[in-house]
Design a protein around this ligand. Structure first.
Ligand code: SF4
Length: 373
């Protein structure tokens, strides 16, 4: 399959932590998230620590990356964060840790909180800016405005973070190319080390999907491709490497944690709704923070479902995820004739025995992957 998809003798190297609470629920979001009161949040944190102890006992972990996402982990107070992160240091061996990311939303950040995150070993911030346009932020239901987003970025910089990623969204309803260009330029001016750009998708069980179904919003493949192309051109011109369809980084600042997912590495996820994958087995925790806490306090497993992966499923994932990366996939994992056709059509390139998407191929990445599956 690929070079990284078996557990190393040294153990599992990647941990995902899902924090399910947000200050406000965005109408396009399909992650498991909810608004919780102080009692629920405190109870959840206790349960999370309990699961952390459980997995540290059960699995050989030599953590190199941790991604603390959600939800919005930075809605925790500074003392709650200190307590939680301090316990992670006690529970896990973090001697080999290279990257510890946290998702942060503008509006939930203070200088004290940023300093605490830094002191407790977090070294990468993923800041959910989404847009530098107040009208679009309003449409997205975000709780922050442009001024707060800029302030939050500077708070993290002043606290000493030298690896900050900014998340942006494109192909939003009524978003113009001019607005998207402005968002990209504004982001570049701040000089983050990493930028993620996500095309809006209309996900099940979201208010945006209902609005789409009512005909209030529309999808236009050509517009999406133009926005992606504008991002590629604008960001590459100023030195960001386009190392995955949705991700750009200055040299040396690619996300190690996400790279592990894309390469099919094993990982453990804790928290409600979190997935774990170990070899040919994938399981998911219950997507309900009440049930999650109840099971852990009763000393029961919070796992709700287990899936056996077949080599064919792993191959499909390898192609779909690997193809999105700059390195592409090992040539002999796909049908040579089909791949050669895509090379002739200018959608794939073949270099050092790997097929990778060309610039034109990136604009139709999903259909290229479908051809190869
Ligand atoms: S802040 Fe993030 S996780 Fe929370 S609702 Fe919005 S998009 Fe979803």
């Amino acid at each position: 399959m690929n070079e990284d998809d078996t557990p190393t003798p040294n153990g599992i190297r990647h941990l995902y932590v899902h924090f399910p609470f947000c200050a406000r629920i965005c109408p396009y979001c399909a992650f498991y998230k909810t608004r919780g009161n102080a009692t629920e949040v405190a109870r959840f944190c206790e349960a999370l620590v309990s699961e952390a102890r459980r997995v540290a006992k059960k699995f050989p972990l030599t953590l190199e990356t941790i991604f603390f996402g959600g939800g919005t982990p930075t809605v925790l107070s500074t003392s709650q964060l200190k307590n939680l992160l301090g316990l992670f240091h006690e529970i896990f061996d973090l001697g080999a840790l290279r990257e510890w990311s946290i998702e942060a939303n503008p509006g939930s950040v203070s200088a004290t909180k940023a300093a605490a995150l830094r002191d407790f070993g977090i070294n990468r911030i993923s800041l959910g800016v989404q847009s530098w346009d107040n009208q679009l932020l309003n449409l997205l239901g975000r709780e922050h405005d442009v001024t707060q987003a800029e302030e939050s970025f500077h708070i993290f910089r002043s606290a000493g973070f030298s690896n900050i990623s900014i998340d942006l969204m494109f192909a939003l309803p009524r978003q113009t190319e001019r607005q998207w260009h402005h968002s990209l330029q504004k982001t570049i001016a701040l000089q983050p080390e990493h930028i993620s750009t996500y095309c809006l998708t209309y996900e099940e069980d979201t208010e945006f999907l209902a609005r789409f179904a009512r005909g209030e919003f529309a999808i236009n493949d050509e517009t999406e491709a133009r926005f992606l192309e504008l991002a590629m051109t604008t960001l590459e011109r100023v030195g960001y490497e386009h190392y995955e369809i949705s991700n750009y980084a200055h040299p040396g600042f690619r996300s190690e944690h996400n790279r592990a997912y894309w390469q099919g590495a094993d990982y453990i996820g804790i928290g409600p709704s979190a997935f774990s994958t170990l070899g040919l087995e994938r399981w998911q925790n219950v997507a309900d923070h009440h049930e999650y806490a109840r099971s852990l306090f009763a000393n029961e497993s919070p796992v709700a479902s287990i899936e056996k992966l077949t080599p064919a499923m792993k191959r499909t994932e390898h192609i779909a995820l690997g193809l999105r990366t700059r390195e592409g996939i090992v040539a002999d994992t796909v049908d040579q004739n089909q791949a050669e056709d895509l090379v002739s059509n200018g959608l794939l390139s073949l270099q050092a025995n790997r097929f990778a998407l060309t610039r034109a191929g990136k604009l139709v990445a999903d259909s290229v992957a479908e051809e190869l599956l």
